[in-house]
Write a protein that binds this ligand. Structure first.
Ligand code: ZN
Length: 368
């Protein structure tokens, strides 16, 4: 059986360790020690050095005790702010923070489930194939752990990411690609009172471009948003520069490209109408994720849900995660709901039952 007290103790131990993005060393040291004491091979990759963090991703290899395809489970070690001095409290069936920090169940609940699942299999001598754990860094701030992972340390092709907010039994089968966009509008400065006709207002170019852009909800799988605008100086000078940052997301890479083309063409049209020039640059932060209908790892997860009396529920998500990045690197990535709720707020909580059911599900997927 899943040991409720043991998983709760481990979870509490982990959330009490401060681990903002790129500062995960203390929690990494704790996990490294725990895994090595049990005789598993633990390797820290170079993702920390490559992304400016104080530790890399930890990749743990638990040798097979039975048959089956090697499988990996991943959860990230970092938390969003405010996450210093987390004091977890139990309230009925809920675990939450004292209220002045996040709980850090995102994603330490995932780590605790993975380890407790393995404890359970070992307690009962239930055989399992080669199992890998990936405890990643910096998921919350650009997924730099996953982006810089040393894939030679992770030969398992099937990877289960324990990092979604849905209830235990929910399975993320699609997640959008995201583009970060930077727009610059360049006008020409002139004295606003004496010679305004010699100027080109960058603010007017930006306004013209933005007024023509399709934004926010584009279609059921595509969104776009302007995040920050900056430019101009004083009222008696025609503004010669405006910069704008934005993002666009879509479950379909080709629709995302169309949205980017549309946004750029609004900039081009504005310059044609008002004058001046523009720069439109973007970077695809991560690709869209699609779990194919006939995915064997999806079938395995759904069967495991049924085996333990859960109703598997497939669905898309609006956010990206390590799963998108690992999928982009060729892994069969499936993300599971682990029951964490109100994440990224000081009201974050997780039900005790989610912790234990999550661990039970992971154990069921893990076994041969
Ligand atoms: Zn997370």
């Amino acid at each position: 059986m899943i040991n409720k007290e043991r998983i709760l103790n481990l979870f509490f131990e982990l959330v009490r360790i401060d681990s903002p993005s790129l500062q995960e060393k203390e929690v990494a040291v704790c996990l490294h020690k725990k895994m090595e004491e049990r005789g598993y091979t633990v390797t820290e990759d170079k993702a920390g050095e490559l992304s400016g963090g104080n530790t890399g991703n930890l990749i743990v290899h638990v040798p097979a005790t039975g048959e089956g395809t090697p499988i990996a489970f991943s959860a990230h070690m970092d938390c969003v702010h405010p996450c210093h001095g987390v004091e977890p409290i139990v309230e009925g069936d809920l675990v939450r923070s004292k209220g002045d920090t996040v709980l850090g169940g995102d994603d330490k609940a995932g780590i605790a489930m993975a380890i407790e699942a393995l404890n359970h299999l070992e307690d009962e001598s239930i055989p399992h194939p080669d199992v890998y754990f990936v405890f990643s860094i910096c998921e919350e701030s650009g997924m730099h752990g996953a982006k810089n992972i040393d894939t030679s340390l992770l030969p398992a092709k099937d990877i289960i990411i324990l990092d979604s907010g849905g209830k235990v039994g929910s399975i993320v089968v699609a997640a959008p690609a995201k583009a970060g966009i930077m727009m610059n509008f360049i006008g020409k400065s002139a004295h606003a009172g004496i010679a305004p006709e010699e100027g080109v207002s960058a603010i007017q170019i930006a306004a013209e471009a933005v007024s023509k852009m399709n934004l926010l909800r584009i279609d059921e799988s595509t969104t776009a948003n302007l995040g920050h605008i900056e430019g101009g100086s004083v009222t008696n000078i025609v503004a010669d520069s405006v910069s704008l940052t934005a993002e666009a997301r879509s479950l379909h890479d080709e629709v995302l490209n169309k949205q980017l083309e549309h946004m750029e063409s609004c900039c081009a049209d504005a310059v044609k109408k008002i004058g001046g020039s523009y720069k439109f640059e973007y970077e695809i932060s991560y690709p869209a994720l699609h779990v194919p209908e006939d995915s064997t790892v999806l079938a395995k997860v759904e069967q495991a849900c049924i085996n333990i009396g859960l109703d598997p529920e497939r669905g898309p998500t609006g956010g990206g995660s390590d799963a998108n990045v690992l999928y982009g690197k060729g892994y069969n990535a499936v993300t599971l709901g682990i029951g964490m709720s109100k994440v990224h707020t000081t009201d974050e909580f997780i039900k005790m039952e989610s912790l234990t059911r999550g661990a039970e599900l992971v154990a069921e997927i893990m076994k041969s």
